[in-house]
Design a protein around this ligand. Structure first.
Ligand code: SAM
Length: 268
């Protein structure tokens, strides 16, 4: 039976909290050493290019699903003057707060524990940019309301900058033994996945986790949800390289599908 939006996001919050210590084992030592450099920027490739084109300096930016905040911190290092990272996972945000302390960025970077669907009212219309990066959309049980939230956060003329896994990628599954990915699902197929495999996407550690729920959206659904929320499409680029660690062997495949996209939408 379909759950309510809140039941999905609550279950996912618990599953992400459960993943945080595992993620930290694989990631945090190197990350904590790197962020001490005031020039630390985690963005690469087309998302960095898009951020530079749109312009970050002097802006007020909110990142939805910021995880451990390393990208929110990178926005500050690129010149943003107010950087807010929102995530539901208290455990990941605890790592983020340590990272921001080490970087000496407490005055410009604020991490907020909140469900994306329940943001504080004072954020309404407060931002020049909303940033969404890899692996957030598929955790959103309601795409329409998600884009309405984005629209509500933006000042007039503000922009959404999004880097995400390409919906076509969700048709593929990687064989755990051979590491070879192949098409297993219809593009127009199942929309809600219940899984109990752990969520340590960084170390790929396999463990029995609590159930988590992810959602498969088509490209037309993503674009139309943004447009219906009142956002205009400004830039759209499909990526032929791996941004997600998901089916990463496809990057080398002669028949590789689109693996990601970078999109800029603006609030008219
Ligand atoms: C794959 S991670 C995003 C990683 C991010 N792109 C980065 O590189 O740091 C997805 C994040 O979304 C958060 N998340 C999932 N559902 C959420 C919700 N409803 N509200 C707020 N955060 C949510 C999770 O806690 C997790 O940290």
């Amino acid at each position: 039976m379909r759950k309510t939006r809140k039941e999905y996001t609550d279950a996912n919050r618990i599953a992400w909290d459960e993943a945080a210590p595992r993620h930290a084992t694989h990631n945090n030592e190197a990350l904590f050493a790197a962020v001490v450099d005031p020039g630390y920027v985690s963005f690469k490739g087309d998302i960095l290019h898009a951020l530079r084109q749109v312009g970050v300096a002097g802006k007020h930016i909110i990142q939805l699903g910021c995880n451990n905040g390393c990208e929110t911190l990178s926005l500050r290092n690129l010149g943003a003057t107010r950087c807010v990272g929102v995530d539901a996972s208290a455990e990941f945000l605890a790592h983020g707060r340590e990272l921001i302390r080490l970087a000496g960025a407490e005055d410009q970077v604020e991490l907020v524990e909140s469900d994306v669907y329940e943001l504080p009212a004072e954020f309404n219309g407060a931002f020049d940019m909303v940033l969404v990066t890899i692996g957030v959309l598929s955790w959103m049980p309601d795409l329409k309301v998600f884009f309405e939230v984005v629209r509500g956060l933006l000042k007039p003329g503000g922009q959404l900058v999004m880097e995400e896994m390409h919906p076509v990628l969700f048709m593929y599954e990687e064989n755990a033994e051979t590491g070879v990915s192949s098409v297993q699902y219809s593009y127009f197929g199942k929309h809600i996945w219940e899984e109990t495999d752990g969520l340590d996407y960084y170390g790929h550690e396999v463990y029995d986790g609590l159930p988590n729920y992810s959602f498969m959206y088509r490209l037309d659904e993503i674009l139309m949800a943004g447009i219906d929320a009142g956002l205009g499409l400004q830039r759209f680029t499909e990526l032929d390289y791996d941004i997600s660690n998901l089916c990463s062997d496809l990057e080398q495949s002669p028949t590789r599908p689109p693996l990601g996209f970078v999109m800029v939408m603006s609030c008219e």
